[in-house]
Design a protein around this ligand. Sequence first.
Ligand SMILES: [Zn+2]
Length: 330
Amino acid sequence: MIEKERFVPIRIQKNHALLKRIPKNHPKRPDIESDQSRRLAGYKGELAIDFYLNKLPEKEYLILHDLRLSNGKYFFQIDTLLLSTAFALVLEVKNYNGTLFFDPDFNQLIQTNNKGETKGYPNPIEQASQQSSELKKWFHKRNITIPVEYLIIISKPSTILKTAPGYSKMLLKVQHAQFLLRSIEKIKASYKNEVMTAKNLKKISRTIIKEHTPETFDILKYYGILPGDIQTGVICKACSSLPMKRHFGTWYCANCHSKDKNAHVQALKDLFLLNKNSSLTNQEICRFLHLPSGDIAKKLLTSMQLPYSGSKKGRVYFPPPGYQQMKELE
Ligand SMILES: [Zn+2]
């Protein structure tokens, strides 16, 4: 059963909002675009394994996607976590194509892609093993006793896996997605004893979800982009031009003459994604949406039932709950 769903990763959402709103010839655009295509490929790989995970017996496994937990100072991230009453399984998904050589000497992964280009990556086996030991610590701190296993899943069936002679054991933890269920069966066979009740497991799952901390990240600062480089205004869904104009209670596009009553909702999401603070003032929102007055802004924000704190001039608004839980980029 899926306990925590997979959504478009926040970094992809932030990149997307940024790419929509910086000029076409912005010097940072190529960097952002290449980061975005790498992340989108990774996300596509994660979605590809859902096909197999959906075939798991619902009652036996709790599935939690995209977790970010902390053992104190640092956070660790898990692509997918499977929980059963006998064991926990960390899945690290990689969407690499071509040939992957797991180099035991230098503890790295060397990819030769379909064009014959080579590229080095940190060893994903090492990564997944670290995540599982962090998870073990996390469980230990909460007096939860459950064995933790891990697997690296290669989402593309055509990817070739290689390692140095004599090191084939190294690849025991690396599997193509189509063998995922078989690997889970094998792990299950080696943990015959249940270590907790289904009720307890559900409780642990709820604790994990409660302690999951979504990533906050100042994307403008990361790329060194000035707030002034961001094109403000409501974007027209029909023709992508901006800014739309607020006119008789709706948004009007001067370019394609479309009207859209709710076009500000997406603009506001963009603003929250690009903003370094989690809250915004009426004035900031007014400026970004190109609204003629704070009263109109207040009316729109009230109708959206945005959470807020403070009163009158000191009021700040927070993003609508779950605004980052999108299945597709908007
Ligand atoms: Zn338009």
